[in-house]
Write a protein that binds this ligand. Sequence first.
Ligand SMILES: [Zn+2]
Length: 139
Amino acid sequence: MAKVCIICSQEVESGHAVADDAVIRSIRWAKQSLGIAKNNTLVVCGKDLEVHKKKRQGYERNLAVYMAIAGIVLVILVFLPIFTTGFSVSATLVGLLFAALLVFMPVLTSHTPALAAASAPQPKPAEAKKAAAKKQKKR
Ligand SMILES: [Zn+2]
């Protein structure tokens, strides 16, 4: 399996593995269904780590902003009418569709997956020492 950097799209010898998230899984699933999956391992190469960090931060900010707007849209188009003018199927559908589009926008334009492993919880060395000390006391 070739390793491909998600920032510069180059095949690289080594890089930091990228975490599989819902977006990557969906894309892979779609490609496998179409029979065009390359099954490359997605990585970030050493020289692109800084670029990736900035892109990831931008993506997270975008997602938060668009989700907030989607929430407002839902309130105005879906929840508010229920209590004022009454429930309307068309307004609810338009509201849900619009909110979904808003959340999809940042995913389509700036999706950047997180790095794998680095975020995985590792037992702290201090805690491991404590556990070892406890074991010794017992004996
Ligand atoms: Zn790169």
